[in-house]
Design a protein around this ligand. Structure first.
Ligand SMILES: Nc1ncnc2c1ncn2[C@@H]1O[C@H](COP(=O)(O)OP(=O)(O)OP(=O)(O)O)[C@@H](O)[C@H]1O
Length: 237
């Protein structure tokens, strides 16, 4: 579960978040959509405890992102476009290093790693991460993000710059996490991704939530034949 209430954040004169509220439920994929500069990354950085809000509250798995940041981090898997893998380590070593940091027993970590490798068709875990293509690295990054089996998963543009097979792998992963009952927050610019994956969507613009609903509701409300059109109408308003 993620609960965000009246979250505000400024960078100097720029009001990146002007009091946004939303929530994400277990077993659902919630989309956070918005044009460039809308405030999506700022929101995700606050939820990941990298940034502190100016005011308002946010909880992840019931823990406050400011007062209980350790518990929030333990509850969270975060996938960013930049994978940040250690290039000199193999994929396996990257994954297991994270498992160690999260105090996951080795047997459990290996079992989970093998399950996810199979799901994502990873057969290159023994190779140095520095030799991976972007898609290969992102798939290892997905495994690493959930090796501690967190109840909440946040993905920021997880398919940016990936080819079709890698994009499909990311989607398979998101669907599996949803089926496993995880709370998933997905930030993306890709409307077909939203249509395929998201149960509920919040559209953010200029630091405010300007619309919310299921993809179907948003299309209906804006009398649009597709989500891209609905998005454009909402953002222009
Ligand atoms: N560290 C920072 N210093 C100054 N301004 C910032 C900083 N981080 C974000 N901003 C500003 O805050 C606003 C929201 O930015 P944010 O990165 O959250 O948007 P976004 O929705 O993630 O955009 P994109 O889709 O381009 O990634 C923008 O006006 C941005 O320029």
């Amino acid at each position: 579960m993620i609960e965000v209430r009246e979250l505000r954040k400024s960078f100097g004169q720029v009001q990146a978040l002007k009091g946004i509220s939303f929530h994400c439920e277990p077993g659902k994929v919630t989309g956070l959509l918005g044009p460039n500069g809308a405030g999506k990354t700022t929101t995700i950085r606050i939820l990941s405890t990298i940034l502190k809000p100016l005011s308002g509250t946010a909880t992840v798995n019931g823990f406050d992102v400011v007062r209980e940041s350790d518990k929030v981090r333990a509850s969270l898997g975060v996938v960013l476009e930049n994978t940040g893998l250690y290039r000199r380590l193999s994929g396996d070593e990257n994954v297991l290093y994270f498992a160690d940091l999260a105090d996951v027993p080795r047997g459990e970590a290996l079992e989970r790693m093998q399950f996810l490798y199979k799901l994502l068709e990873i057969d290159y875990g023994k190779r140095q991460a520095g030799t991976y293509s972007k898609g290969m690295a992102q798939k290892i990054n997905l495994v690493r993000s959930v090796i501690h089996d967190p109840p909440v998963l946040i993905l920021d543009e997880p398919t940016a710059g990936l080819d079709v097979p890698s994009t499909v792998a990311v989607r398979t992963f998101v669907e599996q996490q949803k089926e496993a009952g995880k709370t998933v927050l997905l930030s993306t610019h890709l409307m077909n991704e939203v249509e395929l994956l998201c149960d509920y969507v919040y559209i953010i613009n200029l630091g405010l939530i300007v619309a919310e609903g299921t993809p179907e509701e948003l299309k209906k409300r804006t009398q649009s034949s597709n989500l891209e059109e609905a998005f454009m109408k909402v953002v222009k308003e």
